[in-house]
Design a binder for this molecule. Sequence first.
Ligand code: ADP
Length: 129
Amino acid sequence: LCTQKKIILTGPDAEAWALCDEEIVRRVLLNLVGNALKFSPDGGGVHVDLENSPGFVRVSVRDNGQGISPEHHAAIFEKFGQVRGRHARLGKGLGLAFCKLAIEAHGGRIGVESEAGRGSTFWFTLPVS
Ligand code: ADP
């Protein structure tokens, strides 16, 4: 099944240095971009932003999908945490639990900004050194 969706790299920075395990951070990014694509509507766009801040790098992945109401924000980062909906059966609810463990093991932070019906922004930070 093919639908058309756009991935847009919106900066503000084009590159960043961070202290990280490349394979693990690749998996984190794949999970977040994969979810954003899965939950965004046909014709929708996923924005990936990279931002250097003093001491850390911030990556965010924004979609214009169904969003997640605040009462579910904590649960989706727990293992098997899912919001009931049409995509829930496609996954097991382990992706974000993995992301949280992986980012926190690096000394970074991870979170989501979202409301129902208003898309979602998942973000994480990694220490520079
Ligand atoms: P899975 O996708 O395998 O169910 P995840 O841990 O990646 O597991 O996600 C957990 C739940 O968080 C999803 O089932 C979904 O309810 C919600 N979710 C994750 N990403 C998004 C997103 N971009 N938009 C809306 N809901 C999301």
